[in-house]
Write a protein that binds this ligand. Structure first.
Ligand code: NI
Length: 184
């Protein structure tokens, strides 16, 4: 089932999300809906708060970007109860967008290497290191479960320049191909 995507201005995007356990209601159906919603909206990642559910779960499929970023070849993963335990490497800058911020693309600087601990959809534990664009996508999705958005990293000038766009998004005045949900 394709779920509506919560957009900028909705308070659920600002919550620090909660861990879940393996008995979480309808977990496999929820994960299935997350994938379906992400692919329908042409996203490379989607976090549960973006469909209005403040739990520590996100899905990523970076394989469409593997031509530009070889480290994304075959990178498809469900992350549950994730904790980034190390961030290092040279800071790198690249453009980011977000399904919750349609029409906005801005440069964001992030550490290029992370170590993350999480469980997958079967609750098998993982402790992994990611670099490059894979690390960037994970950090972006991880921010969602920490109540952060990539526009938080912009300087005051860029923030001022996109303020009008953000206001328009928050009231749903935006042209998107997927169903959205605004705060009310
Ligand atoms: Ni996002």
């Amino acid at each position: 089932m394709i779920l509506p995507v919560v957009v900028y201005g909705h308070p659920v995007l600002r919550k620090v999300a909660e861990d879940i356990d393996r008995d979480y209601d309808n977990l496999s159906k929820f994960i299935e809906d997350m994938w379906e919603t992400m692919y329908h909206a042409d996203g490379v990642g989607l976090a549960a708060p973006q469909v209005g559910v403040p739990v520590r779960l996100f899905v990523i499929d970076g394989s469409d970007l593997a031509n530009d970023h070889p480290e994304l070849m075959g990178f498809k993963q469900t992350f549950i109860n994730a904790r980034i335990v190390e961030e290092d490497g040279l800071p790198m800058t690249d453009y980011e967008g977000c399904l919750s911020l349609p029409g906005i693309r801005e440069e964001v600087t992030r550490p290029s290497r992370i170590r993350i601990q999480y469980v997958d959809e079967k609750f098998n534990p993982h402790d992994e290191v990611y670099e490059g664009f894979a690390a960037r996508i994970i950090q972006h999705e991880y921010d969602h479960i920490e109540g952060k958005l990539f526009v938080d990293y912009l300087g005051p000038l860029r923030k001022r320049l996109i303020k009008g766009k953000l206001n328009a998004i928050s009231v749903g005045k935006v042209d998107v191909s997927y169903r959205i949900k605004v705060a009310r």
